[in-house]
Design a protein around this ligand. Structure first.
Ligand SMILES: *Cc1c(COP(=O)(O)O)cnc(C)c1O
Length: 330
């Protein structure tokens, strides 16, 4: 089977497993895991921030990052199909007690005029106050779309002017970095806090980080423990992340090439595919998924009228070519 359902399906390589086996570890709740510390320092440095915190999932990193900006009873603005709004099962409302309002953009982009009009300043006991704006780069449900750096800079300028924070959900920020050659620190510079995943295209089995100021991370460390996310000899997992940063970032360009090949085979303009996700409009999505499965290719339906293909570390060029011919025939 060629599995194009998600880039979370990658399995650790033999080299990654060897790095995990060799990892020097300690109790991270005691602050004594040197491998976790190396990973946190390295990722903070990549984004030009003071500190970072290792988390079991990107969802937890998003929840704690947004909670560092938004108090209970305040709101965060985000795009309507953002992962934080659609795919985290209401965690931000359930745990943080915040509300969300959304703008709609078919490619998940920053719509500054709309954000400006939605923004609610502190009006005392009359209206919910907008404390933060969240963006997602690349945007998962918008087909791996990249948010242009200039749009993010304009948003930063607006947010700073009105005293709102910015959260960047960078589960796939690595893909945006490779696709556009934008330094990670440039993305870091537009956000107060970020969440980044090692467990997507980078191929680590587990692991995400929140990135931000020392104060925000110190507070998040307490919240993480409160949520049951204090982990012990977790350098075993951090070592997989360090290995991924060393060996699996630049190769994302291959995933992007493979995605364009698959797009073309499915009648999608490859110029619209910026990274490793292809959304194929199909009125018969469920049938398409079933036919592909019969022919040895796993893809997923996202709703009744769209199919999603995701390329990743465990899909070779040969697999992509084979999948392209199978999907073209369907
Ligand atoms: C995968 C993903 C996350 C985090 O997912 P977890 O499964 O909780 O690690 C967050 N944001 C986006 C955009 C994602 O694609």
């Amino acid at each position: 089977m060629i599995d194009l359902r998600s880039d979370t399906l990658t399995k650790p390589t033999d080299e990654m497993r060897a790095a995990m086996a060799r990892a020097e570890v300690g109790d991270d709740v005691y602050g004594e895991d040197p491998t976790v510390q190396r990973l946190e320092e390295r990722v903070a440095g990549l984004f030009g921030h003071e500190a970072a915190l290792f988390m079991p999932t990107g969802s937890m990193a998003n929840v704690l990052a947004v909670a560092s900006l938004v108090q209970p009873g305040q709101e965060v603005l985000c795009e309507a199909s953002a992962h934080i709004a659609r795919a985290e099962l209401g965690a931000h409302g359930a745990f943080t007690g915040l509300t969300m309002r959304t703008w709609i953009h078919p490619r998940g982009q920053v719509d500054l005029p709309t954000i400006r009009s939605m923004f609610a300043p502190d009006m005392g006991p009359f209206f919910v106050r907008t404390a933060a704006i969240a963006v997602e780069n690349t945007h998962n449900f918008a087909g791996g779309a990249v948010l242009p750096l200039q749009d993010l800079r304009d948003l930063r300028e607006f947010a700073t002017g009105v005293g709102a924070g910015i959260h960047l959900d960078g589960a796939r920020i690595w893909n945006a970095h490779v696709a556009t050659a934008t330094p990670l620190a440039e993305y870091g510079a537009v956000a107060d806090v970020l969440a980044v995943c090692l467990s997507k295209g980078l191929g680590a089995p587990v692991g995400s980080l929140m990135v931000g100021s020392s104060d925000a991370i110190a507070e998040a460390r307490i919240r993480r423990k409160r949520m049951g996310g204090g982990m012990r000899q977790v350098g075993i997992l951090a070592a997989a992340g360090l290995h991924a940063l060393d060996h699996h970032v630049e190769r994302l360009a291959d995933d992007h090439d493979d995605a364009r090949l698959l797009a073309e085979a499915c009648g999608v303009d490859p110029a619209t595919v910026e990274t490793n996700i292809v959304v194929v409009p199909r009125h018969d999505a469920a049938d398409f998924v079933a036919s592909a499965r019969e022919a040895g290719v796993l893809v997923s339906a996202v709703g009744p009228t769209a199919v999603r293909l995701v390329t990743h570390l465990d899909v070779t060029r040969e697999d992509a070519e084979k999948a392209a011919s199978v999907l073209a025939s369907i």
